[in-house]
Write a protein that binds this ligand. Structure first.
Ligand SMILES: Nc1ncnc2c1ncn2[C@@H]1O[C@H](COP(=O)(O)OP(=O)(O)O)[C@@H](O)[C@H]1O
Ligand SMILES: [Mg+2]
Length: 442
């Protein structure tokens, strides 16, 4: 008990004693001590009831009143209660203003933010941007089902994926067919999930413009290059021996440009697609063709081995997979000095999938370059790549093709020892090998 409360309590006890003593004294004087004491005691109880009423009235009052003055235990109690009440009011005000500030911040976000209750899939709250981006409206969609409110977005399956849900990229907005959105689901507690939608219309338009530009430029360059290349081929160095070195260089460079244009067109074609046709990809002839290409490029400078342990075929696009594998094989030969080894291996994985790996004993790639090695035009050594006739697009093409097959490109490399480029295909890409292919093994 605080000193104030204790002294108030003693003071009230003193007053009580005094009233009873006075009552008893008066009773003795008039010769009726017990009735007088009883009356005094009743007066004390009545007074306390009166004070209690005052406290109750103050506690339940709607309007704030000044804290009571005066002494005594009731006044002290009243003051304590008033203090507690005003502290609670202040805390509530602070919390409310904090909540308002958070709501204002969330409302001002340019991205749509929707709070969804996980089990019931109901919309608990959404900000202003959710109206133009997702078509949600107050009060119609308050407490509505997010699945029906955001049709035709595949919300049900997306929510079912829960914490593993991949972001939905470049989907049409349910409010505006011309608007493209990126959607993310962020579980921020067991019950509440945050759905965040961002307008990427402009970014996507720019991305399309960039793609179209590259594709168009490449396409426009193709014909003139073919013409130049054709005429250069017709020129015979023996007609003019002085020009022979220049002619050879011109032929080499025009060939490089033609290859660059072809690679750019391949990449543009791959970028424009979401999926590739799923046809059986006969792996025996594929491996035979890859071996032939490697041998042609190596000119007997490397030992080339092909091991086929998988005994299955793949499902996907033969043409694109050939270009992806071909790029890896060409790199292995190009970036391995004469006398080195190049090994192609096609084997099953423990998970039922299959892996085609290309191993070489070449220069290797420093670890610092590995994260960026599949970017367009990224090279460890520009001069070595040029010398070897590379365009800087081979790995970008390979990665894109594999991505379209749901496959991964895994790269391990050690400088001076060599590299392994492994293409891992999931079980869904595996299918039994057709018997006529098996008999065609070289
Ligand atoms: N098997 C490999 N061994 C060493 N370096 C490699 C290998 N494959 C690719 N690289 C490095 O990765 C770079 C990018 O490869 P790629 O995209 O095929 O372009 P490039 O046309 O230069 O071959 C190459 O320039 C080279 O530095
Ligand atoms: Mg290459």
């Amino acid at each position: 008990m605080s000193p104030d409360a204790r002294s108030a309590w003693f003071r009230t006890l003193g007053q009580l004693m005094l009233v009873l003593a006075v009552g008893l004294g008066v009773g003795l004087l008039i010769g009726h001590p017990w009735p007088a004491l009883t009356i005094a005691a009743l007066a004390v109880v009545a007074w306390h009831y009166w004070k209690l009423r005052g406290v109750l009235l103050r506690l339940t009052a709607r309007q704030r009143q000044a804290p009571p003055t005066g002494t005594g235990v009731w006044n002290e109690l009243d003051r304590l209660l008033a203090r507690g009440q005003s502290e609670m009011r202040a805390r509530k005000r602070r919390l409310l203003s904090m909540l308002r500030a958070y709501r204002a911040a969330a409302a001002a976000l340019p991205d749509a933010v929707v709070v969804v209750e996980r089990n019931s899939q109901r919309i608990l709250w959404f900000n202003e941007a959710a109206t133009p981006l997702l078509g949600l409206q107050h009060p119609r969609h308050q407490d509505a089902s997010v699945v029906t409110a955001l049709q035709p977005l595949p919300m049900a399956s997306w929510l079912a994926a829960g914490r593993n849900a991949e972001p939905l990229t470049d989907v049409a907005s349910p409010a505006n067919a011309g608007m493209r959105l990126n959607l993310r689901l962020i579980p921020y507690s067991d019950e509440l999930w945050l759905l965040v939608a961002r307008d990427v219309t402009r970014t996507m338009r720019l991305e399309h413009m960039r793609r179209d530009f590259v594709a168009n430029v490449s396409h426009e360059l193709r014909t003139p290059l073919t013409v130049i290349h054709g005429y250069l081929e017709m020129l015979d160095p023996e007609d003019n021996p002085d020009w022979a070195p220049m002619l050879a260089e011109m032929q080499l460079q025009s060939q490089r440009m033609a290859q660059l244009v072809e690679d750019l067109l391949t990449l543009s074609r791959l970028e424009a697609r979401d999926a590739l046709p799923e046809e059986p990809v006969a792996m025996t002839p594929m491996l035979t063709a890859l071996r032939r290409e490697a041998e042609a490029l190596s000119q007997n400078r490397h030992r080339i081995t092909v091991t086929d342990e998988a005994g299955i075929d793949l499902l996907g696009s033969t043409r694109e997979l050939h270009s992806a594998f071909g790029n890896l094989v060409a790199n292995a030969v190009r970036y391995t000095p004469a006398g080195g080894e190049v090994e192609l291996r096609f084997a099953r994985d423990a998970d039922g999938g299959a892996t085609l790996s290309v191993r070489d004993t070449g220069y290797g790639i420093p670890a610092a370059h590995l994260p960026r090695i599949t970017e367009r035009f990224y090279r460890v050594s520009t001069s070595r790549s040029r010398e070897s006739g590379g365009t800087g697009l081979g790995l970008a093409i390979a990665k894109h093709v594999l991505g379209l097959h749901g496959a991964r490109l895994e790269i391990e490399s050690e400088v001076g020892k060599g590299s392994v480029f492994a293409c891992r295909f999931g079980p869904e890409r595996v299918q039994a090998r057709a018997p006529n292919h098996a008999t065609a093994t070289p």
